[in-house]
Design a protein around this ligand. Structure first.
Ligand code: 8YV
Length: 314
């Protein structure tokens, strides 16, 4: 029997391509996301998409494939996929929750410590010989015992909170509804949360409902001695207001893994010495990336076996 034909959209590690190729006939999308190289026969034959990355998988792209039945996303966030359109066409969509929660939360904690203690700049201080020439590096900010706020208490937000407990931190969070927590303080307003804490973590999922949810007022409420950590999506913060506040000192510091127009981030970020910048790598460990790929394949396998998806989105 011939293999089902699927489109590999975005980069794919060899350890994922190999098992995918055993089960499916693979077609590829080049880096510019163009589809012009695919003949109309191929487009008709494609029944699934293994999707990865942060470009748009919109209605127009889906409609190039009349027999598309499944989109298996590599990642927990599916803000770039038009799920409503997929549902309207009966296309099933899956994501990869849980398997990356720990890595993302680990990086959030790493960013907090690295930025508060100047770890990246201090390393450069040693390498450049400035330690010998000028002595001690600038002093950092203590984090243990401080107040931390988490915007969004889903899987990742909760995992961040759990990691903050051993630091003796007083934990506050924003979510629409109050959640069951070990004495963490709920706020129904993000600016109020930001004003109550020293460090603000942003961990809501992306998409239209959270666009700019952390606005100018909230950013400024974190304050000149505060730290803002974003491991969610660039869209969740008003990026212009964030840049203004970092430039003026209205916000003390930021540690950011995500940006609005990544990887072509706003050049203003590059001139800031109070911003620690990361290349959207919070799930970027070999262990976790292999687990994400395995879950993506498990969803494809379930679809082609006629079974319910393992981690369905719609
Ligand atoms: C992806 C992510 O795994 O899961 C998500 O939503 O943002 C990432 O951790 C990564 O970007 C691969 O595309």
């Amino acid at each position: 029997m011939s293999k089902p034909q699927i489109l590999v959209f975005g980069e794919c590690d060899d350890w994922d391509l190999q098992p995918l190729g055993e089960l499916y006939e693979l077609h590829y999308v080049p880096a510019d996301n163009s589809l012009g190289h695919l003949s109309s026969e191929t487009k008709e034959a494609i029944v699934g998409i293994a999707f990865r990355g942060h470009s748009q998988l919109n209605a127009a792209i889906m409609d190039e494939f009349p027999n598309l039945g499944v989109v298996a996303n590599y990642g927990v966030g599916y803000d770039t996929i038009d799920v409503a359109h997929a549902s309207s066409r009966g296309i099933k969509v899956s994501n990869t929750p849980d398997v990356l929660t720990e890595d993302v939360a680990d990086l959030a904690i790493g960013l907090m410590i690295a930025q508060s203690r100047g770890i990246v700049g201090a390393s450069a201080w040693v390498r450049s010989g400035e330690w010998q020439q000028h002595g001690e590096y600038r002093l950092g900010t203590k984090i243990s015992g401080k107040k931390a706020g988490i915007v969004g208490l889903g899987r990742i937000g909760r995992a961040i909170g759990e990691r903050l407990v051993p630091f003796g931190m007083d934990i506050h969070y924003y979510s629409r509804e109050e959640k069951d927590t070990p004495n963490w303080t709920h706020h129904g307003d993000i600016t109020e949360l930001a004003a109550a804490v020293d460090i603000l973590f942003v961990s809501v999922s992306g998409g239209p409902t959270t666009k700019g949810i952390v606005g100018k007022e909230a950013i400024e409420a974190v304050g000149p001695n505060g730290l803002l950590v974003n491991i969610s999506r660039g869209t969740t913060i008003d990026e212009g207001a964030l840049l203004d506040a970092l430039e003026s000192g209205a916000l003390g510091a930021a540690a950011l893994d995500v940006f609005l127009s990544e990887p072509n981030l706003d050049k203003r970020f590059l001139a800031l010495d109070n911003a620690l910048l990361q290349p959207h790598q919070s799930s970027g460990t070999v262990d976790t990336r292999k687990a994400i790929g395995a879950l993506q394949r498990a969803n494809l396998a379930a679809y082609f076996a006629g079974e319910p998806l393992v981690t369905p989105v719609n």
